[in-house]
Each structure stands twice: as structure tokens, then as C-alpha cells.
Design a protein around this ligand. Structure first.
Ligand SMILES: Nc1ncnc2c1ncn2[C@@H]1O[C@H](COP(=O)(O)OP(=O)(O)OP(=O)(O)O)[C@@H](O)[C@H]1O
Length: 355
């Protein structure tokens, strides 16, 4: 069953569409990340789903129930959508205990006595904070505060959990351990989750599928591996993982999703979509597609950055202005900046909407 369905959802601010005809379907129990650069419309999309903003076009349904429909002027208010939200700023009450914070929405909803305490206990248990009920937020770490915010959202048993950059305020180490916790938590509850982030590593680590947004539109929705291997646009290719987008000319279509293309004077066999035709295109080259060799693209090493066990090289290919190719090399003979290196192109992807 679809947990969340967006059909042609549009939101205008003046004449600009912050969210532009978005179609999206999130399955019951799925963990979907919405990823995109600053200003692409992620937060607006989340506010529309939550019911904080009215839509100007399209419709939204939650668990089979229409909650926004612009044609029918239907708008179910936020409190009646059974949507839980976790913000990056935690928004905990500092004067209340942890149990008080978690139980607050229950009290507002009129749940009292044993039922109230049982549900608070279960929510704290779920986020690994049983025994912390009497503490105040100031006596907790950043990660623990975020878990209280998660418990407060779950105590209402929402049909959908929206997370708005929940780890943005945490340091790098804590982010990594909270990523693990979110993943474990999702596996345990199977709650439908929509996770907003501009951090592609976070989205890749957590999500079943990632929706990439650009300029108010969703440009691709796919599992992390597909986004990485088969980006639909040059923007997705540049945003997900390390890689380069280069000009190519498709010379011949082969069987099994392959094509022969020419890149900077070198002929290579690349992967392509069913719609790829002959002629000018853009190709995405990842570090693992390239190998130093005797034949191939002549390049010059611009930068070598040691990454612990491997060195990341930035290579500038001759006659391809503005292009930097990434390459990872193991310890041993690491090329120096300024050194020449010839690169064989063993694989790559012709971007379908490339030109
Ligand atoms: N209340 C508003 N009034 C006018 N314009 C707005 C309003 N809220 C957002 N916008 C505009 O809509 C666009 C999308 O904004 P939004 O906050 O959804 O982006 P975002 O992807 O969440 O960005 P960030 O990652 O920086 O939070 C931006 O151009 C923004 O300036």
C-alpha cells in the first residue's frame, strides 16, 4: 500500500514555483530521502506534506486518505494528519523533563494516567533512552536530545514520520552513530519515513530510495546504487558520489545497454539507457571507471590528497577545459602534482538527458 502519494503537487511563492508539479509515491514502511542543494524546495515539500502550507496545484494522500486537493480546495489541518516531524533544532522544552517532553503531545491529546505513562515508557524504550525520563534536556548529549525528539514524535504513533535534516547540528562522529541508530530504528518500527537532507552520504547510508530535487522538481527517484551508476541528469551525476561529467559523442549502439563513444579523442565502451541515440551526449565517469595505463586520455595531476590507505587524485585531461577527473590510487608509487598520467576509460555512463 502507498503510505504517501503526491500527484502534481505545486507550491508558488509569488510567481516562483518552490515546488513544481511533483509526483512521488512512498510505499508503506519505506525510508525515502529527499536530497538536493540549498533552495531546491525540500523544506517546502515537507511543509506541504505536514499540512503547514496549502498547495496551489495537485493533491496529497496519506495512507489512502486525501489530505490536500487544490481542485477541491481540500486541506486537512496539520494536527489531523497523523504526521510526526523531527527538526534539526530538536525544539525540546528546557524546563520539562525528558518524560515530560515526550509525553507533552499525549497530554495535549487528552491521554492521561497509566496509558500516558506506558506510551511514554515504550517510546523512550524504542529510542534506547529508558531510565533517562527524569533528566532535563540540558543534561543530555546532542544525539540523546535528538532521540528524545524522535520519541516525542513516535509517541503519537504517526502514520508517517518526516525528518528535516535531523543530524545537521551534530558533529561528524555523532552523525555517523546516529545514522546507524536511525537505520536500526527504521528496521525495528517499519514506520514510513521521509528524510530531508542536502548530505548525499547521509541519504545513501540510510534510504531505500532517494528522490533528488533540483529547482522545485524531482529529477530522479531511485535506490542509491542506481542513482550512482545511472544518473538521469548531469546534475544528479555531479551531486551523487564523486565523478566527472564530460562531453562525449556516441558512435554506435551495442547490445545489452552499451554504446561506443568518443571522449577527448579516446574511444570507449560505456553503459547507456535504452533511449540513447547517436551523436553528442554527456557522460559520467567515476573513479573506478578509470585506470592508469599506456593508452588513453593524457592528463596532468593537479592535486593529490591522502585519504588514509588511498590517495585521491584530481586529474586535468588535455584539451578538455573545465573538466577534472577523479582517481583513487593505493599506497605505493603515488603520482605527484604536475606529473603526467594516461588514463584508460574502462566504463562509464551516458547520461540520458545529457544535452
Ligand atoms: N515563505 C516563503 N516566501 C517566499 N519564498 C519562499 C518561502 N519559503 C521558501 N521560499 C523560496 O522557495 C524556494 C525553496 O525553499 P526551501 O526552503 O523549500 O528550500 P530547501 O531546499 O529546503 O533549502 P535549504 O536546504 O537551504 O533549507 C527558495 O527559493 C526559497 O527562497
Amino acid at each position: 500500500m502507498a503510505g504517501l502519494v503526491l500527484d502534481g503537487v505545486t507550491k508558488l511563492f509569488g510567481r516562483t514555483a518552490a515546488v513544481d508539479a511533483v509526483d512521488l509515491s512512498v510505499a508503506d514502511g519505506e525510508f525515502l530521502a529527499v536530497l538536493g542543494p540549498s533552495g531546491c524546495g525540500k523544506t517546502t515539500l515537507l511543509r506541504l506534506i505536514a499540512g503547514f502550507e496549502r498547495i496551489d496545484g495537485g493533491s496529497i494522500s496519506l495512507g489512502g486518505r486525501v489530505v490536500s486537493d487544490s481542485a477541491k480546495r481540500l486541506h486537512v489541518v496539520a494536527e489531523e494528519r497523523r504526521v510526526g516531524i523531527v527538526f534539526q533544532s530538536y525544539a525540546l522544552w528546557p524546563h520539562m523533563t525528558v518524560a515530560g517532553n515526550v509525553g507533552y503531545p499525549l497530554s495535549v491529546a487528552g491521554v492521561k494516567g497509566q496509558a500516558h505513562d506506558d506510551r511514554v515508557g515504550a517510546a523512550l524504550d524504542l529510542v534506547g533512552l529508558s531510565g533517562f525520563g527524569t533528566r532535563r534536556p540540558a543534561e543530555l548529549s546532542g544525539g540523546q536530545r535528538q532521540r528524545v525528539a524522535l520519541a516525542r514524535c513516535l509517541v503519537m504513533e504517526p502514520s508517517l514520520v518526516l525528518l528535516d535534516e535531523p543530524l545537521a547540528n551534530l558533529d561528524v562522529h555523532l552523525r555517523a552513530s546516529m545514522e546507524d541508530e536511525f537505520a536500526a530504528f527504521h528496521a525495528k518500527t517499519r514506520a514510513t519515513m521521509v528524510y530531508i537532507t542536502h548530505d548525499q552520504a547521509e541519504a545513501m547510508a540510510l534510504a531505500d530510495r532517494i528522490a533528488v530535487m533540483d529547482g522545485g522538481r524531482i529529477v530522479q527517484v531511485a535506490p542509491p546504487r542506481v542513482l550512482y551508476a545511472e544518473p538521469a541528469t548531469a546534475m544528479v551525476a555531479g551531486f551523487i558520489g564523486k565523478g566527472a561529467v564530460v562531453e562525449a559523442t556516441v558512435l554506435e549502439r551495442l547490445d545489452q545497454g552499451r554504446a561506443v563513444a568518443r571522449i577527448g579523442g579516446v574511444t570507449a565502451r560505456l553503459r547507456c539507457s535504452a533511449t540513447t541515440g547517436l551523436g553528442p551526449a554527456l557522460a559520467c565517469l567515476r573513479p573506478e571507471d578509470l585506470t592508469p595505463g599506456a593508452d588513453g586520455l593524457p592528463t596532468i595531476v593537479r592535486r593529490a590528497t591522502y585519504k588514509g590507505g588511498v590517495t585521491a587524485l584530481d586529474l586535468v585531461p588535455e584539451g578538455m577545459p573545465g573538466v577534472t577527473l577523479p582517481l583513487m590510487v593505493g599506497d605505493g608509487r603515488v603520482p605527484e602534482p604536475g606529473q603526467r598520467l594516461t588514463l584508460a576509460i574502462g566504463d562509464g555512463w551516458i547520461i540520458p538527458a545529457g544535452r
